[in-house]
Design a protein around this ligand. Sequence first.
Ligand code: M6R
Length: 366
Amino acid sequence: EKGGFDHFMLKEIYEQPRSIKDCMRGRIYPQEGKVQLGGIKEFAEKLKNIDRIIIVACGTSWHAGLVGEYLIEEYARIPVEVEYASEFRYRNPIITEKDVVIAISQSGETADTMAAIEMAKERGATIFGICNVAGASIPRLTDAGVYTHAGPEIGVASTKAFTAQVTVLTLMAFYMAQQKGTITTSKLIELLTELDHIPEKVELALESNDLIKEVSEKIKDSTNCLFLGRGTGFPVALEGALKLKEISYIHAEGYPAAEMKHGPIALITEEMPVVFIATQNSSYEKVISNIQEVKARKGKVIAIVTAGDTEVKKMADYCIEIPDANEAFLPLLATIPLQLLSYHIAVMRGCNVDQPRNLAKSVTVE
Ligand code: M6R
């Protein structure tokens, strides 16, 4: 049942080239520069005129939502707010009929996310769902939706469901851009052609497993760990920190790299591993200066870098390479080494990787 892997989590990490492919199947047409999302097709016209998107979710799904915010705003130019379902539902939020709420939930059973949907529905918003479990409660509550098709996720720590959520949000961003005319067909051809090859790049990212194991050995006894990134690297950092907390019980925080100097920098000593998302994209130079700030305080730097990088290698203690890709697809690749890092550290610490203490696969209580 674990397909030869020691844990479901590891099996699910390795399934990602396939699950991302399954998620895109029949939805992207790279040669034509077209995205088709059958589940929300009937709202295609409405999408041309919406004022705002509100994404509601919890935990890892909320991190996927933050990636969605970057991509939808970048490509479809629709303002997006990302809300913790538990906060949103107990406020008195301003919601109108011109709003679209996107609820993201792997299980489709999360109590706070369900309550947020019900409230937004009462106030007239259109509700889309992004779920992994067909026929779960959330897909039944929504007006329309897109399944992630990642297959059953058994490990309590979400891995392949997260990358599938990010894939769906990427498709939604492109779909909305197509509907609104904020993207050219030639640009879509270029992006979709690259997206089509992301599963192979995920495969390549998985090849760093042995190196990641070595790095894990070096930092497994830490009591704290920081994860820093900019742009879409920021939600990736949050997700990396959550994974480490959940399964290894090491205290970890994710921050936007530029926020480090506004507080967390006080924590940096030679005992503190700092994981940077330092790939070659628009924030590369800025991240490099953040790495220098950490090194100046003797922090231990583990950097996720673009294959062939030379700059970061001069500074970081350990570098883990991922294939080069358009910035839009960075989260799908940079997440992989962080999943493996937390997995190996947890195994080395003797933790119950698939069923961490105090956690349940779906949180059906408020
Ligand atoms: O099933 P959902 O996506 O609604 O679950 C939300 C969170 O409970 C979930 O992502 C949680 O944070 C995971 N344990 C993360 O690994």
